[in-house]
Design a protein around this ligand. Structure first.
Ligand code: GRF
Length: 193
């Protein structure tokens, strides 16, 4: 997808497990004329994910998945292929994808993580940044490979940590940056998709 003019938008699935503020933000971005993506599918590993409400609100198909068995994973792979999904955006998705799944969509899965990777992979990133007296926290969009939060970095944004910041206040500030970062990162990588 080198030039957008006259070309169709890239069919994208967003994988969530929770609130879905990044999902909502990506849906809004996808509706812009200049956006290279359309959101065609919302995938969640739990029916309790609050973000699933955006399926109804924006009339986007949703799928609840169970990745505990290989047969279910293969079903999901086939489903995504049949839907011609070309980009998978993980946005607060709390399940680790298998090697097999990642290989199938090699270079087409990206994730947003609330730290300045390679610092603080995994959970509780803001607690760790505050505890270590870091000057900056932030967020990263990166390609997904078989190691947790370790794929090639696409783009990052920094947030200054203030003296009175708590993990909660920092999370709020970083999330705001995430909403700017994810669309920017997609714009940056569109030439490689
Ligand atoms: C975000 O902080 C994201 O970086 C992390 O999980 C959180 C998801 O938030 N991976 P939301 O569900 O998009 O509001």
């Amino acid at each position: 997808m080198k030039k957008l003019i006259g070309l169709k938008k890239l069919k994208t699935a967003v994988f969530i497990s929770g609130t879905g503020s990044n999902l909502k933000n990506l849906i809004k971005y996808s509706k812009l004329k200049k956006s290279p993506i359309s959101i065609n599918l919302i995938v969640s590993n739990t029916k309790k994910a609050k973000g699933l409400k955006y399926s109804l609100k924006y009339n986007i198909e949703k799928k609840i998945i169970n990745l505990n068995k290989k047969i279910f994973e293969n079903q999901l792979i086939n489903f995504l292929v049949n839907k011609e999904i070309k980009l998978i955006c993980l946005a607060g998705f709390m399940k680790i994808l298998s090697k097999n799944f990642i290989k199938k969509f090699n270079g087409k899965i990206i994730n947003i993580h609330p730290s300045l990777l390679p610092k603080y992979k995994g959970l509780n990133t803001h607690e760790k940044a505050i505890k270590n007296k870091d000057k900056y926290a932030g967020c990263t969009v990166h390609y997904v490979n078989e190691k947790l939060d370790s794929g090639k970095i696409i783009l990052q944004k920094k947030v200054r940590i203030k003296k009175n910041d708590t993990p909660k206040s920092l999370a709020k500030k970083v999330l705001k940056k995430e909403h700017l970062l994810y669309p920017e990162a997609i714009k940056k990588l569109q030439a490689n998709l």
